[in-house]
Design a protein around this ligand. Structure first.
Ligand code: F0G
Length: 482
């Protein structure tokens, strides 16, 4: 389905669904927002949903469900072992991916735990195009380390390259040789590479990278959590792919990998996780970890209602009308911000719009967490909750020094089919205001700093009274009520 064009109107994304259930939103007055972010320790993960106007923290577990997904939940078959809901899911995934063995887990990071526990030994190196926080944390937890070999162009914020998630093939082969194949338990490619702005990876690149792995006998793993967006971009951006169906492309991608796992909080639009394994002996070597950490092999810690919903979600992810919504809304938002001169990762991805905080608030030193500060400033000036994806989301080096992130991003995720175009316009408008007042934003420092995944629960404070001054300027323009 091509994007709908208009007769007189400039191009805008058009919702290919109608809204039948709604949830009331609250927009607190500015002073209350100021207090709430202070109470949250200047950490947007610690805000309460009631105090948020538009929640753009993540697209994880908060995508809109379809009527068919809701309906499917009613036929859920509760059983400790042998649930029919599980067998329906297994069959659907086998049809889509062509991989025989299916292991359920309660969410994506649970799959990562299983992979790290089963395959990674102390000193091992797991090669990736780019890490995801939880994937890396599980690998380091068992004594491994991660090499990220995304092509240099993937870390350039302004670009018109279609596949910035591609792995550098020369570096991949050199790294395997340097580490020796025995020390590389698997290579993990991430579709819709999250932490560099949800940028896709091309089919050609996945094929070439997995061929190199096969040459050295190394296991290939695809993190397919953001595959639905990546499929859209392969179909619309990659040469020779336009005429292939989403199902055909999915199968071509799947055929390249030994193991595919995903967070079904993203892929499938519900809440859960799945590991797909091609080889029987490999499957047997992993299956005991599911009952140990997750639950019996026919529910894996998930509610059977979610299993039913996500099974419909998997089928809907093969529909271009459905998977095009995220990229079209994100693309619209990114283009509007870019035209205004706001530093934003281009081209747009499927996951969300990503502000380049290193440039947006370039006056804040990296050790004062520019992206963490900017995301708090945006909440004060709009009630919009985004997510820091920069140095705060990193863990310190073994010697206690900061590991500076290669990108300082504020992610404004677009949970799929949740926000309307006028809400998107509000976000764009407030980001423009903030950009014009960016010199008012200052840095943050830790008051309480957890050792692992500190961005979830850490408590911070501003280095000066900049939040008050920012709120004053905002109220001067908009009044105290909005
Ligand atoms: N892999 C990728 C690429 C992800 O984006 C996520 C989660 C996971 C694995 C872990 O899955 O949350 O179900 O345990 N990303 C969320 C986000 C948290 O907000 O981007 P999970």
């Amino acid at each position: 389905m091509p994007q709908i064009t208009f007769y007189k109107h400039d191009p805008i994304p058009l919702e290919m669904h109608k809204v039948r259930i709604v949830q009331k939103l609250n927009l607190l007055p500015t002073d209350e927002r100021l207090q709430k972010i202070k109470d949250a320790g200047y950490n947007t993960f610690q805000l309460h949903n009631h105090d948020i106007f538009l929640d753009m923290l993540t697209d994880s577990g908060v995508n809109a469900m379809s009527d068919d997904m809701e309906a499917a939940m009613h036929r859920a078959d509760d059983a400790y072992a042998g649930s029919e809901s599980y067998f329906r899911m297994e069959k659907t995934l086998q049809e889509i991916f062509g991989i025989p063995y299916c292991m359920p887990a309660h969410q994506g990071r649970a799959c990562e735990n299983i992979l790290a526990t089963r395959f990674v030994k102390p000193g091992n190196c797991v090669i990736m195009n780019y890490h995801f926080t939880t994937a890396k944390a599980h690998i380091t937890r068992v004594g491994g380390h991660v090499e990220e070999l995304v092509k240099d162009e993937g870390l350039v914020s302004k670009s018109d390259l279609p596949f910035k998630g591609n792995i550098d093939l020369d570096k991949l082969e050199a790294c395997i040789k340097k580490e020796t194949p025995e020390n590389v338990p698997f290579v993990r490619l991430e579709a819709g590479t999250n932490l560099i702005g949800g940028q896709p990876i091309s089919y050609e690149n996945m094929k070439a990278a997995t061929n190199i792995c096969k040459k050295y006998g190394i296991l290939t793993v695809l993190d397919a959590s953001l595959l639905q967006d990546n499929l859209y971009f392969i179909k619309t951006r990659e040469e020779g792919m336009a005429d292939k169906s989403v199902r055909e492309i999915t199968r071509m991608v799947a055929d390249l990998f030994d193991i595919i796992y995903f967070s079904a909080r993203k892929f499938g639009f519900a809440r859960g996780g799945v590991l797909l394994v091609r080889d029987r002996d490999l499957y047997y070597s992993m299956e005991d970890l599911i009952p140990m950490f997750e639950g019996f092999l026919t529910y894996g810690g998930m509610s059977v209602r979610e299993i039913e919903a996500m099974t419909v979600g998997f089928v809907e992810s093969m529909d271009m009308n459905i998977i095009s919504q995220g990229p079209q809304f994100v693309g619209y938002c990114v283009d509007c911000l870019d035209k205004y001169g706001i530093p934003v990762i281009t081209p747009g991805s499927g996951l969300g719009a990503h502000l380049d905080a290193a440039e947006f608030v370039g006056h804040i030193p990296q050790e004062q967490y520019p992206a963490g500060a900017l995301v708090c400033a945006l909440y004060i000036c709009s009630g919009v909750r985004g997510m820091e994806r920069g140095t705060l989301s990193e863990e310190r080096n073994a010697d206690g020094s900061e590991r500076m992130a290669s990108m300082e991003l504020v992610r404004l995720a677009f949970p799929r089919r949740v926000f309307t175009l006028s809400q998107t316009e509000y976000v764009i408008d407030r980001v423009k205001w903030l950009y014009d007042h960016r010199e008012l934003v200052g840095g943050l420092r830790f008051v309480h700093e957890p050792k692992t995944l500190r961005f979830f629960t850490g408590v911070l404070e501003p280095v000066s009274d900049w939040p008050d001054k920012l709120a004053e300027a905002y109220k001067a323009d908009f009044g105290p009520e909005q």
